[in-house]
Design a binder for this molecule. Structure first.
Ligand code: ASP
Length: 315
């Protein structure tokens, strides 16, 4: 039994491993661990206190995948429901014919299942930072924002991909050998309204298959969407690579992406036997793990795979 998580999962990993020790499933462990991150007021990249989009709307994305059945559930650009991971799990367990609901539809579903709803999620602290970034995003900051205000240029100016993104990833293996992966995020700060990253996209930011292993990503979601990064890692394991070889290859694949916007990427991955690895395109990044016989979690440094950044210049 083991749980691994992105560094900000440290707040939830103890509870997750306890659930596994008590006989709970990997799915229960992942959901409970992520809920604690979603409730953490100090985390501005996940849950109710996350950074909003460019017009001040907090839109949450989350997904969960069951490695046994290959079932998954996801919600995206969802407002007013702080525990996005639980709504994503319900998407899977209510056996709808759908996998992913976005925006009003996700909110409607969350209401229908009685998910915890907060009408106001943005704290004064977050509002103040957003207002500052909004003012910096336009030469004429006196212009009021309305439905017709052009946002394309504001989004380019206000976003700083090295400083304003993160997400939480959890992967668990339970005593039955079942794997589960969960991802939750407020996404890229100051993003265009309605922008989805990789976190709610199965195969991009999240993938689990009991037969081989699992992977989850943080970083610039557009890259993981374009390269199907989480699925690639699991697919490479299926083709016979070790978890380290598979994760390295999937990171290297990102170097082939063209275009003007190539930023940071991180992933955690684990094979079906519990061998794990964390990777990042930046030095000094960590992830966290705990097995059933450890009394506390430990941080491990991620292996660096260099992905040369390109930002706003034609490639
Ligand atoms: N992957 C997330 C997204 O693109 C953000 C992050 O992890 O930094 O929305």
């Amino acid at each position: 039994m083991i749980v691994i998580a992105s560094h900000n999962g440290d707040i939830g990993i103890g509870k997750a491993i306890q659930i596994l020790k008590d006989g709970g499933t990997a799915m229960d462990a992942v959901e409970a661990g992520i809920r604690l991150v979603e409730a953490n007021p100090d985390d501005h990249t996940v849950g109710y206190n996350g950074w909003p989009n460019i017009i001040g709307g907090l839109e949450l994305d989350a997904s969960i995948m069951d490695g046994k059945s290959l079932n998954s559930g996801a919600v995206a650009a969802m407002k007013r429901f702080p525990y996005a991971i639980s709504v994503a799990r319900q998407m899977m367990e209510r056996k709808l014919p759908h996998v992913l609901l976005a925006g009003n539809g996700a909110e409607r579903f969350a209401r229908e299942i009685g998910a915890e709803q907060w009408d106001e999620m943005m704290t004064d602290e977050v509002k103040a930072v957003w207002q500052k970034r909004l003012a910096q995003s336009s030469a004429d900051s006196s212009q009021p924002l309305d439905d017709d205000t052009p946002l394309q240029d504001r989004v380019k100016i206000a976003t700083d991909p090295e400083r304003v993104t993160s997400t939480v990833n959890f992967i668990a293996i339970d005593k039955y050998g079942d794997m589960c992966t969960g991802v939750s995020t407020s996404g890229w700060a100051w993003k265009y309204p309605g922008r989805l990253g990789d976190s709610p996209i199965i195969g991009a930011g999240n993938y689990a298959d009991n037969r081989y292993g699992a992977c989850a990503c943080t970083g610039m979601g557009e890259m993981a969407i374009r390269a199907s990064t989480a699925h690639s890692v699991v697919f490479y394991m299926k083709m016979g690579m070790s978890v380290t070889e598979a994760a390295t290859q999937a990171m290297k694949d990102l170097c082939d992406l063209g275009g003007d916007y190539i930023g940071r990427m991180n992933l955690i991955a684990m094979d079906k036997n519990g061998e794990h690895i964390g990777m990042s395109s930046s030095a000094g990044r960590e992830y966290v793990y705990q097995t059933a016989d450890m009394s506390n979690h430990e941080f491990l440094e991620r292996t660096v795979v260099d992905i040369p950044a390109r930002w706003g210049s034609s490639a």
